[in-house]
Write a protein that binds this ligand. Structure first.
Ligand SMILES: NC(=O)c1ccc[n+]([C@@H]2O[C@H](COP(=O)([O-])OP(=O)(O)OC[C@H]3O[C@@H](n4cnc5c(N)ncnc54)[C@H](O)[C@@H]3O)[C@@H](O)[C@H]2O)c1
Length: 270
């Protein structure tokens, strides 16, 4: 199937496609794996948590390949194992992510973890996938970024900075290889009801929970966006307006974010 074939929703766009989802033992990744499987794809389910990966793979009729989807060794094993299971990898979903809290004083380990999992995992996967995709003239890369990659993330500098990096890499990939059949998509939700959101405590409760979506809704929006060949996927459509204000009225945007920071400080969430 060519990359262009996904544009036709009547073609059962994902039927028979080989899809890998990293960090798919729970949350958004598990919802993506289930949605692609329901659309007829053959799915590899990866997660650091082996039991969770096996449980989701069983539900999806897919293959569990647990392990680290960020390190060079882990990715080499995952790409190799996925090719054995699927033949070709048509779609790579770089979904695994971490959200350490903290500011400029966050420990070096938090910065390193965010950089490795939220950014370098995408770069390393692309390095392994691109030669074959360019040879075939087709391949698809879905990066689970975050609205934090377009805006910011109060309370977590490593998350904001690394998600900007993930978006920058996805944009670069698309700009560089689009004419050679490589399609790239950047999924940028705000709050989604997962363990990651729950782990942010009072801050997430105040800032993200009120408008949070279910992972299944995010997955449905994502599949529709892939069918429409959209680069930027915004399950919360209002993010487009925040992004516009950030780009065109940066002083106003920073002022608004700082007002929010002060409200969160006053409420004891930060
Ligand atoms: N939940 C939200 O509000 C939200 C919003 C925007 C973006 N996101 C992004 O969505 C993605 C998924 O988040 P989620 O909310 O489902 O999180 P989650 O914590 O519920 O699930 C993430 C999964 O990734 C796995 N994982 C972490 N590091 C890994 C690694 N190195 N290799 C393999 N698996 C690994 C974890 O074991 C976990 O099962 C992340 O990239 C996150 O930054 C989440």
């Amino acid at each position: 199937m060519t990359a262009g074939a996904l544009a036709d929703p009547s073609a059962g766009a994902f039927a028979g496609q080989g899809v890998v989802v990293t960090g798919a033992g729970r949350g958004i990744g598990a919802a993506l794996a289930r949605a692609f499987a329901a659309a007829g794809a053959r799915v590899v389910v990866n997660d650091l948590d082996a039991a969770a990966a096996h449980a989701v793979a069983q539900e999806c009729g897919g293959t569990a390949l647990p392990g680290d989807a960020a390190s060079a060794e882990g990715l080499a094993a995952l790409v190799g194992g996925s090719r054995e299971a699927l033949g070709e990898i048509d779609l790579w979903c770089a979904n695994a992510g971490v959200a350490p809290s903290g500011g400029a004083d966050a420990p070096a380990s938090a910065w390193t973890l965010a950089w490795e999992v939220n950014v370098l995992a995408h770069v390393r996967a692309a390095e392994l996938l691109l030669p074959r995709w360019l040879e075939r003239g087709t391949g698809r890369f879905l990066a689970t970024v975050s609205a934090a990659g377009l805006l910011t993330s109060l309370g977590s500098a490593p998350y904001a900075v690394s998600k900007h990096g993930a978006l920058a890499f996805a944009e670069w990939l698309s700009a560089t290889y689009r004419h050679r059949g490589v399609r790239v998509h950047a999924l940028c939700p705000q709050g989604v009801r997962t363990d990651m959101l729950a782990s942010t405590g009072a801050l997430g409760e105040l800032m993200l929970a009120p408008n949070a979506l279910e992972p299944e809704d995010v997955a449905a929006t994502t599949l529709a966006a892939l069918r429409e060949e959209r680069f930027l996927i915004l399950p919360h459509p209002e993010v487009a307006e925040y992004y516009r204000v950030r780009a065109t009225e940066p002083e106003r945007w920073i002022g608004g974010m700082n007002r929010l920071q002060r409200q969160l400080e006053a409420g004891g969430a930060l």
